[in-house]
Design a protein around this ligand. Sequence first.
Ligand SMILES: Nc1ncnc2c1ncn2[C@@H]1O[C@H](COP(=O)(O)OP(=O)(O)OP(=O)(O)O)[C@@H](O)[C@H]1O
Ligand SMILES: [Mg+2]
Length: 511
Amino acid sequence: MTPILEMRGITKRFPGVVALSDVNFEVAPGEIHALVGENGAGKSTLMKVLSGVYPQGSYEGAIVYDGEERHFRGINDSEALGIIIIHQELALIPLMSIAENIFLSNPPARFGVIDRSEVYTRAQALLAKVGLTENPDTLVTNIGVGKQQLVEIAKALSKKVRLLILDEPTASLNETDSEALLDLLLEFKAQGIASILISHKLNEIARVADHITVLRDGRTVDSMDCRGQAVEEDRIIRSMVDRDLEHRFPKREPNIGETVFAVENWSVHHPLHPERQVIRNVDFHVRRGEIVGIAGLMGAGRTEFAMSLFGRSWGQKISGTARIGGKVADLSTVGRAIAAGLAYVTEDRKQLGLLLAEDIRKNVTLSNLPAVSRNYVLDDVAELKAAGDYRARMRIRSSSVYQETGKLSGGNQQKVVLSKWLFTSPEILILDEPTRGIDIGAKYEIYCIINELADAGKAVIVISSEMPELIGICDRICVMNEGAFVGEFSGADATQEKIMRSIVRKGSETP
Ligand SMILES: Nc1ncnc2c1ncn2[C@@H]1O[C@H](COP(=O)(O)OP(=O)(O)OP(=O)(O)O)[C@@H](O)[C@H]1O
Ligand SMILES: [Mg+2]
């Protein structure tokens, strides 16, 4: 079958980096083609070349689509031919409604006037296709990142799509929502729509992909046809990281001490709807040297709980007591929370985590400037050294610590966020989806760092939607649902099934 897309000999350079080097990439009509590789391998860049984000002339090589060589000058040119890309970093406008976002570039209009009721009805139909029941008038800022992802797809469906590109669509989705999304891709495939799926989740790829291309250091290193026979995850991992990973989770002998952080009767109300109690009088504690996981479905209140603790960054009418080392702690502002020894690494790196226009060095050291200053004067050498250490330890792929964080690959931005908070040397570290969008090799390194922190007597709280990850690294797992803790397991006892069962049982009693 002639391919619908052929990218031939693509080379793309940025100052100081060759992001893609003579890459060949082919997609057959109607297939689901997975594109995998480590953070910084060049996946997003290749897709940006394809969709015209990087226009003709800014790269070398040829794009042949639908039998003809194409010269896209911008994203409108590729969209006109049905190539629709959904970027890794969501691009919705938070203060506009879902419906307005969907029809931003091509609103249904009659005689040049936007037809509001038509916008509403069409948006509702598109939302239904992706399994959302939200009111189209809801502001995007009021729905979670997972749902925003689905709105992006609904938006893609509003255009005539023939080749859909999804850059890590399920990174922020829980397992049920990811499943639904993958089913959606299979449905598109049945309608003859081809898709390119970038993901770090190999089980998903194994489930839906017809073909897999592996990129490493900007080159194609493997290409596998997986129709007919099962894909070997080991083979994918080996070509991705160029080494065998014997275990996905590093071994550790926990050494757990006294309770260092305890929260009693913690209650939080919704910032916009004061009558809605989102966190329902919960008790929670973590001990020195302990890694505690918080499991739960999207919307369970995990992030809200964490943010309300961290300087009251979320919610209103917050009440309850937080103790650190037995004493009542003042966590009323972010500054005080940090001073009390708390750190919160956010799941949403674009919104809360990083100054994207600043370099790696500034981002790493900013939240703890005293550590790189002498007599209140910033010590450039110390700053450079600190940032350089983290860059090496976390294997942040960049030309130097002077690279703008906004120009790093998604996974590498996440590593900068983590470095930044580790640099505040917190006693209690809350990690919210710490490995979201991070490749398998780098995940392992992050688990090792979490272990090191616990071994150094810190208390670590991990919020994650990947249950195998929680089970693999935590000493204890607390399950949250509808703003309350509904189950608790030791890491050794926990299974995905038990966790899921405690969620659906929907009990509100705290164990
Ligand atoms: N605008 C840019 N300016 C400079 N360098 C860039 C820019 N965009 C990407 N790069 C570099 O190109 C390389 C490939 O990045 P890319 O974003 O394509 O990686 P990726 O495979 O998508 O990784 P991830 O899994 O982390 O999303 C990286 O080394 C990155 O730092
Ligand atoms: Mg990427």
